[in-house]
Design a protein around this ligand. Sequence first.
Ligand code: ATP
Ligand code: MG
Length: 464
Amino acid sequence: MPGAGDAAGRSPEPVFSLPGAVLHLLDTLWKGGHAAYVVGGCLRDALLGREPADWDLTTDAPPERIAALFPRSLYENRFGTVVVRHDGAQYEITAFRRDVSYSDFRHPDAVEFGESIEEDLARRDFTVNAMAWGARPGEKPTFVDPHAGREDLTLRLLRAVGDPDRRFEEDALRMVRAVRLAARLDFAIEPGTLAAIRRNAPLVAHLSGERILVELTKLLAAERPSVGLRPLADSGLLAVLAPELDRQRGLAQNKIEGEDLWDHTVRTVDAAACEPILRMAALLHDIGKPDTLADGHFHNHEVVGAQMARAYLAQLHAGRELQDGVSHLIANHMFAYQPAWSDAAVRRFVRKARPEWVRSLLALRAADNQGSGQPADAGDLAELSRRIEAELAAKVVLDRNQLAVDGSDLIAELNLSPGRLLGVLLDELTERVIVEPKLNERATLVQLAQELIIDGRLVENPRS
Ligand code: ATP
Ligand code: MG
Protein backbone atom coordinates (compact mmCIF):
# COMPACT_ATOMS: atom_id res chain seq x y z
CA MET A 1 0.00 0.00 0.00
CA PRO A 2 1.30 3.51 -0.66
CA GLY A 3 2.33 5.39 2.44
CA ALA A 4 3.17 2.29 4.43
CA GLY A 5 6.65 3.57 5.28
CA ASP A 6 9.46 1.25 6.09
CA ALA A 7 10.26 -0.99 9.02
CA ALA A 8 13.84 0.28 9.34
CA GLY A 9 12.45 3.62 10.49
CA ARG A 10 13.53 5.59 7.45
CA SER A 11 11.22 8.41 6.47
CA PRO A 12 7.92 6.98 5.32
CA GLU A 13 6.74 7.44 1.77
CA PRO A 14 4.23 10.29 1.44
CA VAL A 15 0.72 9.13 1.91
CA PHE A 16 -1.75 9.32 -0.93
CA SER A 17 -4.96 7.53 -1.55
CA LEU A 18 -5.20 5.31 -4.56
CA PRO A 19 -8.67 4.20 -5.66
CA GLY A 20 -9.21 0.45 -5.62
CA ALA A 21 -10.03 0.50 -9.32
CA VAL A 22 -6.63 2.01 -10.17
CA LEU A 23 -4.85 -0.56 -8.03
CA HIS A 24 -6.77 -3.25 -9.85
CA LEU A 25 -5.60 -1.92 -13.24
CA LEU A 26 -1.99 -1.76 -12.03
CA ASP A 27 -2.29 -5.29 -10.65
CA THR A 28 -3.62 -6.61 -13.95
CA LEU A 29 -0.62 -5.15 -15.75
CA TRP A 30 1.85 -6.46 -13.13
CA LYS A 31 0.32 -9.95 -13.26
CA GLY A 32 0.52 -9.77 -17.03
CA GLY A 33 4.28 -9.43 -16.64
CA HIS A 34 4.58 -5.67 -17.21
CA ALA A 35 5.96 -2.64 -15.44
CA ALA A 36 3.11 -0.28 -14.56
CA TYR A 37 2.81 3.08 -12.78
CA VAL A 38 0.37 5.86 -11.98
CA VAL A 39 1.97 8.95 -13.38
CA GLY A 40 1.77 12.70 -13.98
CA GLY A 41 -0.83 15.22 -12.86
CA CYS A 42 -2.99 12.69 -11.02
CA LEU A 43 -0.15 11.63 -8.73
CA ARG A 44 0.68 15.31 -8.12
CA ASP A 45 -2.94 16.03 -7.18
CA ALA A 46 -3.24 12.94 -4.98
CA LEU A 47 -0.07 13.89 -3.07
CA LEU A 48 -1.53 17.37 -2.56
CA GLY A 49 -4.67 15.78 -1.17
CA ARG A 50 -6.75 16.96 -4.12
CA GLU A 51 -9.11 14.72 -6.01
CA PRO A 52 -7.43 14.03 -9.40
CA ALA A 53 -9.61 14.77 -12.43
CA ASP A 54 -8.54 11.48 -13.96
CA TRP A 55 -5.97 8.78 -13.28
CA ASP A 56 -3.29 8.14 -15.89
CA LEU A 57 -1.26 4.98 -16.00
CA THR A 58 1.88 4.15 -17.95
CA THR A 59 3.41 0.79 -18.72
CA ASP A 60 6.04 -0.99 -20.79
CA ALA A 61 3.29 -2.96 -22.54
CA PRO A 62 2.66 -1.87 -26.13
CA PRO A 63 -0.88 -0.65 -26.91
CA GLU A 64 -1.99 -3.93 -28.52
CA ARG A 65 -0.95 -5.80 -25.42
CA ILE A 66 -2.74 -3.31 -23.11
CA ALA A 67 -5.88 -3.71 -25.22
CA ALA A 68 -5.60 -7.48 -24.96
CA LEU A 69 -5.28 -7.36 -21.15
CA PHE A 70 -8.38 -5.16 -20.86
CA PRO A 71 -11.19 -6.51 -23.02
CA ARG A 72 -13.39 -3.40 -22.54
CA SER A 73 -10.94 -0.89 -23.89
CA LEU A 74 -10.57 1.54 -26.76
CA TYR A 75 -7.25 1.89 -28.52
CA GLU A 76 -6.48 5.41 -29.65
CA ASN A 77 -3.80 4.82 -32.19
CA ARG A 78 -2.18 8.22 -32.55
CA PHE A 79 -0.64 8.59 -29.12
CA GLY A 80 -0.47 4.94 -28.15
CA THR A 81 -3.09 5.52 -25.47
CA VAL A 82 -5.62 2.89 -24.51
CA VAL A 83 -8.77 4.01 -22.74
CA VAL A 84 -10.00 1.40 -20.29
CA ARG A 85 -13.45 1.41 -18.75
CA HIS A 86 -13.75 -0.01 -15.28
CA ASP A 87 -16.63 0.33 -12.78
CA GLY A 88 -18.22 3.11 -14.82
CA ALA A 89 -15.06 5.26 -14.88
CA GLN A 90 -12.47 5.74 -17.65
CA TYR A 91 -8.72 5.42 -17.29
CA GLU A 92 -5.99 6.19 -19.79
CA ILE A 93 -3.16 3.71 -20.04
CA THR A 94 -0.25 4.81 -22.20
CA ALA A 95 2.86 2.90 -23.18
CA PHE A 96 6.13 4.57 -22.05
CA ARG A 97 6.90 7.31 -24.50
CA ARG A 98 9.75 9.45 -25.64
CA ASP A 99 9.27 12.52 -27.79
CA VAL A 100 11.46 12.95 -30.82
CA SER A 101 12.45 16.17 -32.58
CA TYR A 102 10.33 19.30 -32.35
CA SER A 103 10.47 21.59 -35.34
CA ASP A 104 7.48 23.91 -34.98
CA PHE A 105 7.60 24.80 -31.26
CA ARG A 106 4.34 22.96 -30.64
CA HIS A 107 4.13 19.24 -31.28
CA PRO A 108 6.72 16.53 -31.32
CA ASP A 109 7.16 15.41 -34.93
CA ALA A 110 6.72 11.85 -33.83
CA VAL A 111 6.06 9.84 -30.73
CA GLU A 112 8.17 6.80 -30.05
CA PHE A 113 7.77 4.23 -27.36
CA GLY A 114 10.30 4.61 -24.58
CA GLU A 115 12.30 1.91 -22.85
CA SER A 116 11.78 2.87 -19.24
CA ILE A 117 9.72 4.86 -16.79
CA GLU A 118 12.68 7.24 -16.41
CA GLU A 119 12.61 8.01 -20.10
CA ASP A 120 8.87 8.63 -19.95
CA LEU A 121 9.25 11.01 -17.00
CA ALA A 122 12.07 12.95 -18.68
CA ARG A 123 9.75 14.13 -21.49
CA ARG A 124 7.20 15.59 -19.05
CA ASP A 125 6.99 19.31 -18.43
CA PHE A 126 7.41 20.11 -14.73
CA THR A 127 9.05 18.18 -11.92
CA VAL A 128 5.77 17.90 -9.98
CA ASN A 129 4.22 16.38 -13.13
CA ALA A 130 7.13 13.98 -13.65
CA MET A 131 6.68 11.53 -10.80
CA ALA A 132 5.38 7.99 -10.91
CA TRP A 133 4.35 5.37 -8.36
CA GLY A 134 4.43 1.72 -9.31
CA ALA A 135 6.80 -1.15 -10.04
CA ARG A 136 8.21 -3.68 -12.44
CA PRO A 137 6.52 -7.09 -12.13
CA GLY A 138 7.39 -8.89 -8.92
CA GLU A 139 8.88 -5.80 -7.27
CA LYS A 140 7.50 -3.74 -4.42
CA PRO A 141 5.79 -0.55 -5.67
CA THR A 142 7.70 2.67 -4.96
CA PHE A 143 7.94 6.28 -6.01
CA VAL A 144 9.99 7.03 -9.08
CA ASP A 145 10.99 10.65 -8.73
CA PRO A 146 14.24 11.33 -10.60
CA HIS A 147 13.58 15.09 -10.86
CA ALA A 148 12.82 15.65 -7.16
CA GLY A 149 9.19 16.50 -7.83
CA ARG A 150 8.15 15.70 -4.28
CA GLU A 151 10.57 18.31 -2.98
CA ASP A 152 9.15 20.94 -5.35
CA LEU A 153 5.69 19.87 -4.26
CA THR A 154 6.53 20.80 -0.65
CA LEU A 155 8.16 24.04 -1.86
CA ARG A 156 5.07 24.66 -4.02
CA LEU A 157 7.21 25.34 -7.06
CA LEU A 158 6.80 24.67 -10.77
CA ARG A 159 10.25 23.83 -12.12
CA ALA A 160 10.88 22.66 -15.68
CA VAL A 161 12.26 19.16 -16.09
CA GLY A 162 15.77 19.54 -17.51
CA ASP A 163 16.95 22.69 -19.29
CA PRO A 164 13.97 25.07 -19.29
CA ASP A 165 15.02 26.94 -22.46
CA ARG A 166 15.22 23.70 -24.41
CA ARG A 167 11.94 22.43 -23.02
CA PHE A 168 10.07 25.64 -23.95
CA GLU A 169 11.65 25.69 -27.39
CA GLU A 170 10.42 22.14 -27.91
CA ASP A 171 6.87 23.00 -26.92
CA ALA A 172 5.81 26.58 -26.26
CA LEU A 173 2.53 25.43 -24.70
CA ARG A 174 4.52 24.43 -21.61
CA MET A 175 4.99 28.13 -20.80
CA VAL A 176 1.24 28.70 -20.81
CA ARG A 177 0.78 25.50 -18.81
CA ALA A 178 3.22 26.89 -16.24
CA VAL A 179 1.10 29.95 -15.49
CA ARG A 180 -2.17 28.06 -15.50
CA LEU A 181 -0.80 25.34 -13.23
CA ALA A 182 0.59 28.07 -10.95
CA ALA A 183 -2.94 29.47 -10.67
CA ARG A 184 -4.65 26.10 -10.30
CA LEU A 185 -2.24 24.79 -7.67
CA ASP A 186 -1.41 28.14 -6.07
CA PHE A 187 2.29 27.50 -6.77
CA ALA A 188 5.09 29.89 -7.68
CA ILE A 189 7.20 29.44 -10.80
CA GLU A 190 10.81 28.65 -9.91
CA PRO A 191 13.01 31.67 -10.82
CA GLY A 192 15.16 29.86 -13.41
CA THR A 193 12.05 28.49 -15.10
CA LEU A 194 10.42 31.94 -15.05
CA ALA A 195 13.53 33.54 -16.54
CA ALA A 196 13.39 30.99 -19.37
CA ILE A 197 9.73 31.83 -19.99
CA ARG A 198 10.76 35.49 -20.33
CA ARG A 199 13.39 34.56 -22.90
CA ASN A 200 11.12 32.26 -24.88
CA ALA A 201 7.77 34.05 -24.57
CA PRO A 202 7.67 35.09 -28.28
CA LEU A 203 7.41 31.39 -29.22
CA VAL A 204 3.81 31.19 -27.96
CA ALA A 205 2.85 33.05 -31.15
CA HIS A 206 3.13 29.64 -32.84
CA LEU A 207 0.38 28.06 -30.72
CA SER A 208 -3.12 27.45 -32.01
CA GLY A 209 -5.99 29.50 -30.59
CA GLU A 210 -7.77 26.37 -29.42
CA ARG A 211 -4.88 25.22 -27.23
CA ILE A 212 -4.44 28.69 -25.75
CA LEU A 213 -8.16 28.90 -24.95
CA VAL A 214 -8.06 25.55 -23.14
CA GLU A 215 -5.25 26.76 -20.89
CA LEU A 216 -6.76 30.22 -20.37
CA THR A 217 -10.10 28.69 -19.41
CA LYS A 218 -8.39 26.42 -16.88
CA LEU A 219 -6.42 29.38 -15.52
CA LEU A 220 -9.64 31.37 -15.07
CA ALA A 221 -11.24 28.44 -13.24
CA ALA A 222 -8.65 28.64 -10.45
CA GLU A 223 -9.70 29.88 -7.04
CA ARG A 224 -7.45 32.92 -7.46
CA PRO A 225 -6.63 33.42 -11.16
CA SER A 226 -4.30 36.31 -10.20
CA VAL A 227 -1.70 33.72 -9.15
CA GLY A 228 -1.37 32.88 -12.87
CA LEU A 229 -2.35 36.22 -14.42
CA ARG A 230 0.51 38.04 -12.66
CA PRO A 231 3.31 35.87 -14.07
CA LEU A 232 1.45 35.70 -17.41
CA ALA A 233 1.87 39.46 -17.73
CA ASP A 234 5.24 39.84 -15.99
CA SER A 235 6.89 37.15 -18.11
CA GLY A 236 5.94 38.77 -21.42
CA LEU A 237 3.49 35.99 -22.38
CA LEU A 238 0.49 38.34 -22.20
CA ALA A 239 2.10 40.76 -24.66
CA VAL A 240 2.14 37.96 -27.25
CA LEU A 241 -1.13 36.22 -26.35
CA ALA A 242 -3.30 39.32 -25.79
CA PRO A 243 -1.51 42.58 -26.66
CA GLU A 244 -4.82 44.44 -26.15
CA LEU A 245 -4.77 43.46 -22.47
CA ASP A 246 -1.06 43.99 -22.08
CA ARG A 247 -1.62 47.63 -22.96
CA GLN A 248 -3.58 48.00 -19.72
CA ARG A 249 -0.27 47.75 -17.88
CA GLY A 250 1.00 51.11 -16.76
CA LEU A 251 -2.26 52.83 -17.66
CA ALA A 252 -3.32 54.98 -14.72
CA GLN A 253 -6.68 54.41 -13.06
CA ASN A 254 -7.71 56.61 -10.19
CA LYS A 255 -9.28 53.70 -8.37
CA ILE A 256 -6.74 52.18 -6.03
CA GLU A 257 -3.69 54.25 -5.10
CA GLY A 258 -0.61 53.16 -7.03
CA GLU A 259 -2.41 50.57 -9.14
CA ASP A 260 -2.90 50.55 -12.89
CA LEU A 261 -5.68 49.31 -15.15
CA TRP A 262 -4.19 45.80 -15.36
CA ASP A 263 -4.16 45.61 -11.54
CA HIS A 264 -7.84 46.51 -11.65
CA THR A 265 -8.53 43.77 -14.21
CA VAL A 266 -6.69 41.15 -12.16
CA ARG A 267 -8.54 42.13 -8.98
CA THR A 268 -11.86 42.03 -10.82
CA VAL A 269 -11.19 38.51 -12.12
CA ASP A 270 -10.33 37.25 -8.63
CA ALA A 271 -13.49 38.84 -7.24
CA ALA A 272 -15.77 37.29 -9.90
CA ALA A 273 -17.54 34.05 -9.01
CA CYS A 274 -15.94 31.03 -10.64
CA GLU A 275 -18.23 30.65 -13.65
CA PRO A 276 -16.52 30.46 -17.08
CA ILE A 277 -18.38 33.22 -18.95
CA LEU A 278 -18.34 35.58 -15.97
CA ARG A 279 -14.62 35.08 -15.35
CA MET A 280 -13.83 35.65 -19.05
CA ALA A 281 -16.01 38.77 -19.07
CA ALA A 282 -14.16 40.02 -15.98
CA LEU A 283 -10.82 39.49 -17.72
CA LEU A 284 -11.97 41.36 -20.83
CA HIS A 285 -14.41 43.91 -19.37
CA ASP A 286 -12.07 46.90 -19.78
CA ILE A 287 -10.25 45.69 -22.89
CA GLY A 288 -11.60 48.75 -24.73
CA LYS A 289 -10.14 51.30 -22.33
CA PRO A 290 -6.63 51.84 -23.73
CA ASP A 291 -8.03 52.50 -27.22
CA THR A 292 -10.75 54.90 -26.11
CA LEU A 293 -8.77 57.07 -23.71
CA ALA A 294 -9.12 60.75 -24.60
CA ASP A 295 -9.18 63.83 -22.33
CA GLY A 296 -8.95 61.62 -19.28
CA HIS A 297 -12.10 59.65 -20.21
CA PHE A 298 -12.67 56.24 -21.73
CA HIS A 299 -15.35 57.19 -24.24
CA ASN A 300 -17.77 54.35 -24.98
CA HIS A 301 -15.17 51.85 -23.86
CA GLU A 302 -17.84 49.24 -23.15
CA VAL A 303 -19.10 49.30 -26.76
CA VAL A 304 -15.60 49.21 -28.25
CA GLY A 305 -14.59 46.65 -25.62
CA ALA A 306 -17.51 44.32 -26.44
CA GLN A 307 -16.36 44.20 -30.07
CA MET A 308 -12.73 43.73 -29.16
CA ALA A 309 -13.59 40.94 -26.74
CA ARG A 310 -15.60 39.14 -29.42
CA ALA A 311 -12.77 39.49 -31.92
CA TYR A 312 -10.25 38.21 -29.38
CA LEU A 313 -12.39 35.18 -28.49
CA ALA A 314 -13.01 34.46 -32.17
CA GLN A 315 -9.23 34.39 -32.67
CA LEU A 316 -9.07 31.71 -29.99
CA HIS A 317 -11.85 29.82 -31.81
CA ALA A 318 -14.16 30.17 -28.80
CA GLY A 319 -17.71 28.88 -29.26
CA ARG A 320 -20.62 31.19 -30.04
CA GLU A 321 -22.06 30.97 -26.53
CA LEU A 322 -18.88 32.29 -24.94
CA GLN A 323 -18.45 35.04 -27.55
CA ASP A 324 -22.08 36.19 -27.26
CA GLY A 325 -22.23 36.01 -23.47
CA VAL A 326 -18.97 37.82 -22.86
CA SER A 327 -19.58 40.60 -25.37
CA HIS A 328 -23.15 41.11 -24.14
CA LEU A 329 -21.98 41.44 -20.53
CA ILE A 330 -19.20 43.85 -21.47
CA ALA A 331 -21.47 46.00 -23.65
CA ASN A 332 -23.89 46.44 -20.73
CA HIS A 333 -21.59 46.69 -17.73
CA MET A 334 -21.61 50.50 -17.43
CA PHE A 335 -25.22 50.95 -16.24
CA ALA A 336 -25.85 53.67 -13.64
CA TYR A 337 -28.65 52.58 -11.32
CA GLN A 338 -30.47 55.20 -9.22
CA PRO A 339 -32.86 54.31 -6.40
CA ALA A 340 -35.27 56.80 -8.03
CA TRP A 341 -35.75 54.44 -10.99
CA SER A 342 -39.40 53.53 -11.49
CA ASP A 343 -40.39 49.87 -11.60
CA ALA A 344 -40.86 50.34 -15.35
CA ALA A 345 -37.24 51.54 -15.57
CA VAL A 346 -36.12 48.40 -13.73
CA ARG A 347 -38.11 46.27 -16.19
CA ARG A 348 -36.57 48.12 -19.16
CA PHE A 349 -33.15 47.47 -17.66
CA VAL A 350 -33.89 43.75 -17.37
CA ARG A 351 -35.09 43.72 -20.97
CA LYS A 352 -31.88 45.35 -22.19
CA ALA A 353 -29.66 43.17 -19.98
CA ARG A 354 -31.80 40.15 -20.95
CA PRO A 355 -33.46 38.11 -18.21
CA GLU A 356 -31.09 35.16 -18.66
CA TRP A 357 -28.00 37.39 -18.31
CA VAL A 358 -29.07 40.02 -15.82
CA ARG A 359 -27.80 38.15 -12.74
CA SER A 360 -24.39 37.62 -14.37
CA LEU A 361 -24.31 41.30 -15.29
CA LEU A 362 -24.85 42.31 -11.67
CA ALA A 363 -22.23 39.78 -10.59
CA LEU A 364 -19.77 41.31 -13.07
CA ARG A 365 -20.50 44.76 -11.72
CA ALA A 366 -20.05 43.57 -8.13
CA ALA A 367 -16.65 42.14 -9.09
CA ASP A 368 -15.81 45.37 -10.94
CA ASN A 369 -16.67 47.30 -7.75
CA GLN A 370 -14.36 45.10 -5.70
CA GLY A 371 -11.67 45.45 -8.34
CA SER A 372 -11.98 49.19 -7.81
CA GLY A 373 -11.48 48.89 -4.07
CA GLN A 374 -15.16 49.43 -3.31
CA PRO A 375 -17.67 47.22 -1.53
CA ALA A 376 -19.27 44.64 -3.85
CA ASP A 377 -22.69 46.29 -3.63
CA ALA A 378 -21.55 49.88 -4.26
CA GLY A 379 -24.01 51.84 -6.41
CA ASP A 380 -27.01 50.34 -4.59
CA LEU A 381 -26.42 47.07 -6.40
CA ALA A 382 -28.09 45.02 -3.67
CA GLU A 383 -31.25 47.10 -3.95
CA LEU A 384 -31.26 46.82 -7.75
CA SER A 385 -30.82 43.08 -7.41
CA ARG A 386 -33.81 42.80 -5.04
CA ARG A 387 -35.97 44.84 -7.39
CA ILE A 388 -34.95 42.73 -10.37
CA GLU A 389 -35.68 39.51 -8.50
CA ALA A 390 -39.14 40.84 -7.62
CA GLU A 391 -39.86 41.60 -11.29
CA LEU A 392 -38.58 38.21 -12.45
CA ALA A 393 -40.64 36.46 -9.77
CA ALA A 394 -43.75 38.32 -11.00
CA LYS A 395 -42.99 36.93 -14.49
CA VAL A 396 -43.48 40.37 -16.02
CA VAL A 397 -43.66 40.83 -19.78
CA LEU A 398 -40.30 41.86 -21.21
CA ASP A 399 -40.70 41.13 -24.89
CA ARG A 400 -43.43 40.84 -27.47
CA ASN A 401 -43.52 37.03 -27.37
CA GLN A 402 -44.93 37.24 -23.85
CA LEU A 403 -47.86 39.51 -24.76
CA ALA A 404 -51.41 38.20 -24.28
CA VAL A 405 -51.97 38.86 -27.99
CA ASP A 406 -49.84 37.87 -30.93
CA GLY A 407 -49.58 39.01 -34.54
CA SER A 408 -52.31 36.75 -35.84
CA ASP A 409 -54.76 37.96 -33.15
CA LEU A 410 -54.21 41.54 -34.26
CA ILE A 411 -54.47 40.64 -37.95
CA ALA A 412 -57.86 39.05 -37.26
CA GLU A 413 -59.22 41.66 -34.84
CA LEU A 414 -58.02 44.81 -36.60
CA ASN A 415 -58.18 43.58 -40.13
CA LEU A 416 -54.47 44.30 -40.56
CA SER A 417 -52.07 42.65 -42.92
CA PRO A 418 -48.68 41.28 -41.88
CA GLY A 419 -45.91 43.81 -42.29
CA ARG A 420 -43.98 46.61 -40.69
CA LEU A 421 -46.99 48.26 -39.04
CA LEU A 422 -47.86 45.06 -37.23
CA GLY A 423 -44.33 44.86 -35.82
CA VAL A 424 -44.40 48.50 -34.70
CA LEU A 425 -47.76 47.92 -33.05
CA LEU A 426 -46.55 44.87 -31.14
CA ASP A 427 -43.48 46.82 -29.94
CA GLU A 428 -45.66 49.69 -28.77
CA LEU A 429 -47.98 47.31 -26.90
CA THR A 430 -44.95 45.69 -25.27
CA GLU A 431 -43.64 49.08 -24.22
CA ARG A 432 -46.96 49.92 -22.60
CA VAL A 433 -47.17 46.58 -20.82
CA ILE A 434 -43.65 47.09 -19.46
CA VAL A 435 -44.82 50.39 -17.99
CA GLU A 436 -48.16 48.96 -16.81
CA PRO A 437 -48.07 45.16 -16.47
CA LYS A 438 -51.78 44.81 -15.75
CA LEU A 439 -52.60 45.87 -19.32
CA ASN A 440 -51.50 42.42 -20.43
CA GLU A 441 -54.92 40.91 -21.07
CA ARG A 442 -56.24 39.97 -24.47
CA ALA A 443 -59.31 42.22 -24.54
CA THR A 444 -57.44 45.21 -23.10
CA LEU A 445 -54.63 44.89 -25.63
CA VAL A 446 -56.98 44.50 -28.59
CA GLN A 447 -58.85 47.62 -27.52
CA LEU A 448 -55.59 49.51 -27.02
CA ALA A 449 -54.40 48.38 -30.44
CA GLN A 450 -57.61 49.70 -31.98
CA GLU A 451 -57.01 53.08 -30.34
CA LEU A 452 -53.43 53.12 -31.52
CA ILE A 453 -54.22 52.56 -35.18
CA ILE A 454 -56.03 55.29 -37.05
CA ASP A 455 -56.21 55.27 -40.84
CA GLY A 456 -53.73 52.48 -41.03
CA ARG A 457 -51.12 54.43 -39.05
CA LEU A 458 -49.84 54.30 -35.50
CA VAL A 459 -50.90 57.36 -33.51
CA GLU A 460 -48.59 58.75 -30.86
CA ASN A 461 -50.75 59.29 -27.77
CA PRO A 462 -54.32 58.11 -28.29
CA ARG A 463 -55.33 58.88 -24.70
CA SER A 464 -53.89 62.33 -24.30
P1 ATP B 1 -4.88 18.84 -15.22
O1 ATP B 1 -5.04 18.91 -13.76
O2 ATP B 1 -5.47 20.00 -15.92
O3 ATP B 1 -5.30 17.54 -15.81
P2 ATP B 1 -2.27 17.91 -15.87
O4 ATP B 1 -0.89 18.34 -15.47
O5 ATP B 1 -2.71 16.57 -15.41
O6 ATP B 1 -3.28 19.01 -15.40
P3 ATP B 1 -2.79 16.95 -18.49
O7 ATP B 1 -3.01 17.70 -19.73
O8 ATP B 1 -3.85 16.06 -17.95
O9 ATP B 1 -2.37 18.02 -17.41
O10 ATP B 1 -1.45 16.12 -18.72
C1 ATP B 1 -1.11 15.00 -17.93
C2 ATP B 1 0.41 14.92 -17.79
O11 ATP B 1 1.04 14.84 -19.07
C3 ATP B 1 1.04 16.14 -17.14
O12 ATP B 1 0.97 16.09 -15.73
C4 ATP B 1 2.46 16.04 -17.66
O13 ATP B 1 3.18 15.05 -17.00
C5 ATP B 1 2.25 15.57 -19.09
N1 ATP B 1 2.11 16.69 -20.05
C6 ATP B 1 0.97 17.27 -20.47
N2 ATP B 1 1.21 18.23 -21.37
C7 ATP B 1 2.55 18.25 -21.56
C8 ATP B 1 3.43 19.02 -22.37
N3 ATP B 1 2.97 19.96 -23.20
N4 ATP B 1 4.76 18.75 -22.31
C9 ATP B 1 5.23 17.79 -21.48
N5 ATP B 1 4.46 17.05 -20.69
C10 ATP B 1 3.14 17.27 -20.72
MG1 MG C 1 -4.58 15.54 -15.98
